[in-house]
Design a protein. Sequence first.
Length: 320
Amino acid sequence: MPNYLNKHLLFICLSAVLTSCLKEYPVPSNYSPSVGQVQLEMGETYKNQVFYDLENSTIVAIKDKDSWDIAFACSDTVHHLILNSAKIMGAIHLPHHNLSDDVNTSTEDWIYESPEGYYNTSPLFNFEDKPGIYLINSGMNHLGQHQGYYKLKMTMQGETVELKWIRVGTSEVNEIVLHRNSAYNYVGLNFQTGTEIEVEPPFDTWDLKFTVYTHIFDGHSPYSVVGVLLNPNHVRAEKTALFWDAIELNNFENANLSYNLNVIGYDWKEFNFDQNIFQVFSNFTYLIQSRNGYYFAIRFIDFYNANGVKGFPTFEVWGE
């Protein structure tokens, strides 16, 4: 059973300590760095979530970002569910409501998932200790179409969670029981189809997820950004200004690697409104420790394919 959730909970309390734990993995023997170039297809509407394995230089899986709404954490130490951040989903706790009660969806009090992965700020954190129901804003699909509102009731039953939900404006009660699967970080649910969804590949097969996700800019509404999130299963990273041609193994010895899921994030590019294109900042170098403790570095060099279509992040990789 992975202990990635324990890692994150420890990070919440002791973030300063976690960033100093570089030596908990040994440096691989006979280390032989190499450089390669990778281009991934998220698509012009960013529908694809691409899961990449640094250790084997492979795309492990491509998932439809719209395919799920809520996911149950598979750790046996934390009772936790998350919303699909790729759809700008939000939630509100209604402690005095039942599923059959009318609700007001005209509110600005939505709580969104933390892009850093902080569970204690998640809208569904500690749901088992809270009475009532949750009102869920199911966000937008890749075409910008709103996916509706749902009333949701969650109940832990041992190592499973029972979910009951009603789409606002209807009366049909849907329900499902999700079971933990020790091979995955999460198991998911699609509200519209009522089916369990594999939201990502097994946790020990990938390092980076290329996806859209929700970011809250200071003083602004939630915004959908396109970037990279880390696998919460032991993957760490740091954003640096190191010269790419000077990268060496010694750079990792004093690195401040972080478990924050959005360390790489979205700001390796910026939209130029005058030229109507994304410009990529290749001067940023990201140091990464993979899920098995190997060291890599990446830098982004493009966001377009050969035909000028956006949604094709291209990056160089330094590593074994």
